[in-house]
Design a protein around this ligand. Structure first.
Ligand code: AR6
Length: 182
């Protein structure tokens, strides 16, 4: 599934983000950059200890919610891992949408700054952090669409959704939003 935005594109795939060969893959990290389960666990397991060693050294204060930091990708096929910190869902009244969009935007900025033509995102905040995926998918796709409309880079932004339910949610959101694409 592909949504063309000028010379750039958003793709939806179903799969495991650690298999991606995009220039950058995005980790669903926590503010301490301490590692954990879900995407974070899978990335550190397959990427090896060099990733955590680098983030500990470069970002001892961690990363604020709604932002992201970048490292090398250890043994993964990608060149970079971008550690994005989405919000914990608290009912929707604690600026969750703004923070989730911020995590996507900062990740895209870092990718551009590091000359990444392609980047793969998981669905940030929709696992352990409990953000309802019907809402999170719209926030995610809107943030990426707006960034690509403005910058036309990275050329390829791929969402890698874990399982058919998450893929279906993103597909529905993309179908709805692409009618209003800028
Ligand atoms: N590839 C793609 N998507 C995945 C994968 C994978 N290998 N594994 C899980 N997902 P989560 P969060 C999906 O919990 O909600 C960690 O402990 C998953 O089904 O990874 O942002 C961190 O250390 C869900 O839809 O991230 C943080 O403490 C989505 O990815 C905290 O969890 C995100 O789920 C971050 O929570």
């Amino acid at each position: 599934m592909r949504w063309q935005i000028g010379t750039a594109a958003i793709e939806l795939h179903q799969g495991d983000i650690t298999d991606e060969q995009t220039d950058a893959i995005v980790n669903a990290a926590n503010a301490e950059l301490a590692g954990g389960g879900g995407v974070d666990g899978a990335i550190h397991r397959r990427g090896g200890p060099a990733i955590m060693a680098e983030t500990r050294q470069r970002y001892p204060q961690g990363c604020p919610t709604g932002s992201a930091v970048i490292s090398a990708a250890g043994k993964l096929a990608a060149r970079h891992v971008i550690h994005a910190v989405g919000p914990v869902w608290q009912g929707g009244t604690r600026q969750e949408a703004e923070r989730l969009a911020g995590a996507y935007r900062r990740s895209l900025q870092l990718a551009v700054e590091h000359d990444c033509a392609s980047i793969a995102f998981p669905s940030l905040s929709t696992g352990a952090y409990g953000y309802p995926i019907d809402q999170a998918s719209r926030v995610a796709l809107t943030a990426v669409r707006d960034f690509l409309t403005e910058h036309q880079r990275p050329e390829l932004v791929r969402f890698v959704l874990f399982g058919p339910a998450a893929f279906g949610e993103f597909l529905a959101a993309m179908n709805e939003l692409s009618g209003t694409a800028a």
